[in-house]
Design a protein. Structure first.
Length: 404
């Protein structure tokens, strides 16, 4: 390996966790010529040609937008190419191997982060597919072709629930079934009546608690507030039934409309959170309603630093780039929200497109999935009781465990 090539590969290591650097063989300039792939391809490949570098990654079926519940098997795999140097607008073609040749699949333009992101089938006739990309000649740079990647690792999820039938599957249990002032839920609690399985999805709701004849004073920042109806909320998790360590977790969700509650797909460590512990809370996605001034979407991690719980992450202010059109919306259509969890980093995505990543201080404890729509005390004043009930729908949840 030349000195320049070694330097380029070391720079790409900074972009990708070591657990995913499954480079398949040498990557000389002539190795990407037309012809069959020799040996199995990995889920991630790195190719260097002169001053150009192509990092290609195949992810599971985490792309599935649409207005209705649909089989998880219809979701598309996410294929992401990161090309250096970054030339915004450079055309990048996705190709799939068919026998001895490569066939055109799709073409997109490189974005400001250097990425070209595709949605493509994960298999054909039950068999994995092999993909590569070709960054076309552009602005003085010659065309460059990536090393191939395979979808084989993602054919079968480790765990899957598509919410068939009319009752929750045995992995799920109800959470938070008492009013908890210490958790800022003095006026709301989890209840089975706020969870309903029907038409291939689970509906989680915020409902009026008809058993309470009094009203609750919902305060903001510790100050007494107005009185509102007590609420019941959908809050379920797989604690004690399913957990995993490292991999990709995804849920296809259509959120509620109004502010006054937040829907979420999140995970907690099996061993709980405590000072010095290995486990953190991972909020894959939270949604605070259609009229939220900052867009309503957020991704966060809660962990201990010393004796203090700190919160890292971000609210997504440029959320429209992840919607299909002006008519699309988080409460109008289903979207797939996912997290890729490795020992080195967390990468969050919406329909396969990266939204945020966190490096360092990553949870190493097994995590279990949670689905909820929670009306915290500080949110309740943002919505009149007359707007109840509010609903979020989850079409499916899937986990592809990779291990460390």
């Amino acid at each position: 390996m030349s000195a320049s090539r070694a330097l380029a590969c070391r720079s790409l290591v900074l972009l990708l966790p070591a657990s995913l650097l499954l480079w398949s063989g040498p990557a000389g300039a002539d190795d990407a010529a037309e012809g069959p792939v020799e040996g199995p391809a990995a889920t991630t490949s790195v190719h260097t040609a002169g001053t150009q570098q192509v990092l290609l990654q195949a992810l599971p079926q985490v792309v599935q937008q649409g207005p209705r519940a649909a089989p998880a098997g219809w979701a598309k795999a996410a294929i992401t190419a990161t090309v250096r140097p970054v030339l915004v607008g450079r055309p990048v073609r996705l190709q799939v191997q068919r026998g001895l040749s490569w066939q055109y699949v799709d073409k997109v333009k490189q974005d400001r982060a250097g990425r070209a992101q595709f949605a493509a089938p994960v298999s054909a006739d039950g068999q994995p597919l092999t993909y590569r990309v070709k960054a076309l000649r552009f602005d003085g740079l010659e065309a460059v072709v990536s090393e191939p990647v395979s979808t084989e690792r993602w054919l079968a999820p480790t765990w899957n629930d598509e919410f068939a039938g009319t009752v929750l599957g045995p992995s799920w249990s109800h959470r938070g079934q008492s009013y908890e002032p210490q958790s800022l839920r003095r006026c709301s609690k989890g209840d089975p009546s706020a969870v309903r399985v029907r038409n291939g999805a689970v509906r989680l709701s915020v409902l009026r608690d008809r058993s309470r004849t009094t009203r609750c004073r919902a305060g903001v920042r510790g100050k007494p507030g107005r009185r509102y109806a007590y609420r019941l909320q959908g809050h379920i998790g797989t604690m004690g039934a399913f957990s995993f360590r490292y991999g990709v977790a995804a849920a296809r969700v259509k959120f509620h409309h109004s502010r006054g509650q937040h829907g979420a797909f999140w995970m907690q460590p099996v061993g709980g959170m405590y000072p010095g512990g290995p486990g953190h809370e991972i909020d894959v996605i939270e949604y605070f309603g259609d009229k939220h001034p900052l867009g309503g979407l957020g991704t966060f991690v809660h962990r201990y630093e010393g004796d203090t719980v700190v919160k890292t992450g971000a609210r997504m202010t440029k959320f429209r780039s992840f919607l299909r059109s002006r008519r699309d919306g988080w409460s109008k259509n289903f979207h797939v929200f996912s997290v890729e969890w490795t020992p080195e980093m967390l990468v969050f995505r919406i329909d396969g497109k990266e939204t945020y990543r966190i490096r360092g201080g990553i949870s190493s404890d097994r995590q279990y999935p949670i689905l909820s729509i929670l009306a915290s005390d500080y949110e309740i004043p943002k919505m009149k009781d007359s707007r109840l009930p509010q609903h979020m729908f989850v079409d499916w949840v899937r986990v592809w465990e990779t291990g460390p």
